[in-house]
Design a protein around this ligand. Structure first.
Ligand SMILES: Nc1ncnc2c1ncn2[C@@H]1O[C@H](COP(=O)(O)OP(=O)(O)OP(=O)(O)O)[C@@H](O)[C@H]1O
Ligand SMILES: [Mg+2]
Length: 204
């Protein structure tokens, strides 16, 4: 079973939305359980809005233990501001720790602090999310700073898109949207493939 944690110190950076889309992607590869450990229960509320159940299970951290066995992937959505010992523990247990980060100068400091708090040898990747469109250079600038600091970052990134917000409001993912609204699914598919590589999926 592969544990994939989506976490970080900053709120509102797309942890929950990314968790849902990553779970959706991984559901093509095996049985997936999202553990919603946010006291706001954002993922459970999302499921509550959907007309048909998603292709993965959603449990909160209290009800999850009885549902863990038999899954291939666990996706852990955490609330903002885990303390540093929690972050260390999460990144130690997870096969991959995903750290969403939005391209704004303000989020950079807690971001850089976060890398000191990861467990030694943690397998992690920064996910640049809510990236503004061209001609903004802010996502490229963030990527450059991260790379200069020798921080692992996904090659792909998640664009800022009203379709993503629309899908989440409807209790679905962008994979279930049609026409132009489905375009951002490409971003998650590219990240999903990088995740499979990062966890050595299917390799002994
Ligand atoms: N790709 C995107 N494009 C546009 N808006 C987005 C995108 N991703 C997230 N958002 C916006 O950011 C908000 C926060 O997203 P999300 O709930 O996933 O963040 P979070 O990191 O889980 O927040 P919290 O720390 O509160 O749990 C969403 O409600 C949505 O409005
Ligand atoms: Mg959240």
């Amino acid at each position: 079973m592969y544990i994939i944690a989506v976490t970080g110190y900053k709120g509102g950076v797309g942890k929950t939305i990314s968790s849902i889309h990553i779970a959706r992607f991984l559901s093509s590869y095996g049985r997936v359980l999202i553990i919603d450990s946010d006291p706001n229960r954002s993922v459970e509320k999302w499921v509550g809005r959907s007309e048909s159940p998603p292709p993965f299970k959603v449990k909160n951290e209290k009800s999850a233990p009885a549902h863990i066995a038999g899954n291939d992937f666990l996706v852990l959505d955490t609330p903002a501001r885990p303390d540093s010992s929690e972050l260390k523990e999460i990144s130690q247990e997870a096969k991959l720790t995903i750290l969403p980060c939005v391209p704004d100068a303000i989020s950079l400091d807690p971001m850089l602090q976060m890398f000191h708090d990861l467990s030694n040898g943690a397998n992690y990747r920064v996910l640049i999310s809510i990236a503004p469109p061209y001609p903004s250079k802010s996502a490229d600038e963030l990527r450059q700073v991260l790379e200069e600091n020798k921080i692992e970052v996904f090659k792909g990134q998640i664009r800022r898109s009203s379709s993503i917000v629309k899908a989440i409001d409807l209790g679905v993912t962008v994979a279930e949207m049609s026409g132009r609204d489905r375009i951002p699914w490409q971003d998650y598919q590219a990240i999903g493939k990088e995740i499979l590589e990062a966890i050595n999926y299917g390799k002994a």
